[in-house]
Design a protein around this ligand. Structure first.
Ligand SMILES: *Cc1c(COP(=O)(O)O)cnc(C)c1O
Length: 369
């Protein structure tokens, strides 16, 4: 089966092999050395002075950020399932918050955020997705961060980059906390999450330690010594070390370029068979297209073509499908996915097959680049 869902994503064989060694204890010099080198590569990946690894899925790290970086009031941007989650976390912990609701499929406007910051000086942290995975939208995080910092540099900008870090360049000049997880662009199994931190974020965390399992002040103290407060995810850390070493050997720019080419070719193919892209400002991480009855197409793709793509959530269930471009995707996986979609569409009596998808994919990927 070709796994082309926007998380979990496929794990390369070299990475699976790296994780197949004997389990080692986490309180050993051997593991500390692996942890140290992974930590340094993570800082480089984020482009930030500090990095933490947490044993959780991405949502745990979102929770840690809300708890440790909001002292007064949070501002959350809800334009989909993941933006909504920041608000749900704040609510669950009685953290005061205000939510900007954005219509699904749209990006937040910089002005809307600026207005909230100007009108409410108690807001001391903003939580926003770079790529909102439920809609495939790219939010203008860098622009939001720059404008907010002009008004009040003390406001923490927390960017959920789970489907953006390792996908495209992110300008972290004004970002204080950049979150990612193992099972998307970092092409690992689920279970490890990471965050990059600015010096200001570190100072704020240390000024008022919060939480227990996700107490980031405790983690900072430990991880600076290349150990962890609780048992480390040893095997996933070894996998992450391999992923990052390979990424830097390939060159991040080259990886970004490869993802961009696959995304472009996929979109050219789906456009060529008359499908409509759902988000107005699409993120590079995935292609999100409208299709009434998308679930029947997905089922056929799985059963007859060995391609697994994602559908939509909530009111978008059965209305959209999403194809992943993050992490480990071979060009022939992506090319087969769009061809299979075109064949499946004929089988479902949606559109006659004429090989337009394959032609557009090949032209875009190989002839136009
Ligand atoms: C996947 C994802 C998360 C984290 O979800 P988990 O299931 O907890 O790993 C958070 N934000 C975005 C944008 C995501 O795509």
């Amino acid at each position: 089966m070709i796994l082309l869902t926007p998380g979990p994503t496929a794990v390369p064989e070299t990475v699976r092999a790296a994780m197949s060694t004997e389990t080692i204890h986490h309180r050993t010099k051997e593991f500390e050395a692996i942890f140290a080198s992974t930590r340094e590569m993570l800082k480089k990946l984020f482009g930030m002075p500090e990095a933490l690894m947490l044993v959780s899925s991405g949502s745990g790290t979102m929770e840690a950020a809300v708890l440790n970086l909001t002292h007064k009031k949070a501002l959350t941007i809800n334009g989909g399932k993941f933006g909504e989650r920041f608000g749900k976390i704040a609510k669950a912990f009685n953290v005061d918050y205000k939510e900007i609701v954005v219509e699904w499929g749209e990006s937040v406007s910089v002005d809307a955020v600026v207005n909230e910051i100007k009108n409410d000086s108690s807001i001391d942290a903003i939580f926003i997705q770079i790529s909102e995975s439920s809609t495939g939208v790219r939010h203008p995080v860098e622009a939001v961060a720059a404008e907010v910092k002009k008004i009040n540099p003390a406001v923490m900008i927390v960017a959920d980059g789970i489907t953006a870090v390792g996908v495209e360049p992110i300008d972290v000049t004004n970002i204080d906390c950049l979150i990612t997880g193992s099972q998307k662009a970092l092409m690992l199994p689920p279970g490890l999450a990471m965050m990059g931190l600015s010096d200001a974020a570190v100072a704020k965390i240390e000024a008022k330690p919060a939480g227990f399992y996700f107490n980031l002040a405790t983690e900072l103290k430990n991880q600076r010594k290349n150990t962890t407060a609780w048992t480390a995810a040893t095997t996933l850390t070894i996998g992450l070390n391999k992923v990052l070493a390979d990424l830097f050997e390939q060159g991040l720019e080259n990886k970004f370029r490869e993802i961009e080419k696959i995304a472009k070719a996929t979109r050219a193919a789906l456009d060529a068979i008359g499908l409509k892209q759902y988000p107005k400002n699409p993120a590079l991480s995935m292609s999100t297209y409208e299709l009434d009855g998308a679930n029947a197409l997905r089922k056929l793709l799985q059963n007859e073509f060995k391609v697994n793509i994602a559908g939509g959530q909530d009111h978008l269930n059965d209305k959209i499908f999403r194809i992943n471009h993050m992490g480990y995707v071979e060009v022939y996986h992506a090319a087969w996915a769009v061809e299979a979609i075109e064949i499946a569409m004929e089988k479902l009596n949606i559109r006659k097959f004429d090989a337009s998808a394959s032609r557009a994919f090949a032209r875009s990927f190989y002839l136009e680049g």
